[in-house]
Design a protein. Structure first.
Length: 310
């Protein structure tokens, strides 16, 4: 089967391409390299079953018959999507429309990588898939939050109108090797700062609660959802084990044997206070739950960044 992975040179996309190639699929990777990096797929370029196309999914895509699509194309780091909000929204909405057209022509399964950000700053903890969210439609995160919400609407309406074979995954905070060291996400920020013995920067008082899923677990969940029969979601994919941002900083300092101190800055607007997935639907429908502990996952990620920084 020939699988199209958009955003395939990004953090999650590159891991997904590797896993699909390992399962003997032929993979076409599309990325405009705005936040993805060729270095992430360097080891795949010589594989005869792998093709890379530099393209922006917000523009129409000319491509032949496809056996399946994973749509991961969109900046996912707050630094990136707040710097380019219009492009972020276009990627989510126009990209979804263009890829749904391909899926309908090819009559293939298409998976939308949605996000826990669609819940906004949630008033319900933990977040279930039936929760409609608490999103500021004109806030600094809205280009991403509302773009992903609109993409989910497009997918479900395409299912209703054309019986498109859709899947929707709501991805919670994920971490692991191939994260960009300067993308502004908390795990990569803390690890890089700790390894360099620089102060770990916390925005707010650090009481914000997050749940972190190791990338290998997340990719397994995406592939299980893609192959699910008579279930399209939406489904939360994340690790329900939660921790405060301050506790995470102290944990990373300990794991890296760092001399770093912790410093505090003003909390940005619309930053969610509690982001915790309720995953009983994933357990029931996909027989999926995370297996890699936070300590093991952080140690693997620290090892990756240690090599990168040397």
């Amino acid at each position: 089967m020939k699988i199209l992975v958009t955003g395939g040179a990004g953090f999650l996309g590159s891991h997904l391409c590797e896993q699909l190639l390992g399962q003997d699929f032929e993979v076409i990777c599309i990325d405009n390299l705005s936040t993805g990096h060729l270095q992430n797929i360097k080891n795949l370029l010589e594989n005869k079953r792998f093709t890379f196309l530099e393209h922006d999914v917000s523009n129409p895509i000319q491509i032949g018959e496809i056996g399946g699509i994973f749509n991961l194309a969109c900046p996912a780091s707050p630094l990136a999507y707040q710097k380019y909000p219009l492009q972020t929204f276009r990627s989510s909405v126009l990209g979804a429309m263009n890829l749904l057209d391909i899926a309908n022509r090819s009559k293939c399964t298409i998976l939308q990588a949605s996000t826990s950000e669609i819940y906004g700053d949630p008033l319900e903890v933990p977040q279930t898939e039936t929760y409609w969210g608490n999103v500021n439609p004109i806030g600094i995160r809205a280009c991403y939050d509302e773009g992903k919400r609109a993409a989910e609407t497009l997918f479900v309406d395409s299912y209703r109108e054309f019986a498109t074979d859709i899947r929707i995954a709501r991805i919670f905070n994920t971490y692991g090797p191939k994260m960009a060291q300067n993308d502004g996400r908390v795990v990569s920020n803390f690890i890089v700062q700790a390894l360099l013995n620089q102060p770990l920067t916390i925005f707010g008082d650090g009481s914000q609660v997050r749940s972190f899923c190791y990338v290998d677990d997340l990719i397994t969940g995406l592939i299980k959802l893609f192959h699910a029969n008579s279930f399209f979601g939406p489904v939360n994919l994340g690790n329900p084990s939660s921790i405060t941002v301050l506790e995470l900083a102290r944990e990373i300092i300990s794991l890296t044997n760092s001399q770093s101190e912790i410093v505090f800055y003003e909390l940005p607007s619309d930053d969610p206070q509690r982001r915790e997935p309720e995953i009983s639907r994933a357990v029931k429908e996909l027989d999926w739950q995370p297996n890699i502990s936070r300590e093991e996952g952080l140690n693997r990620t620290i090892k990756y960044f240690r090599k990168l920084l040397i």
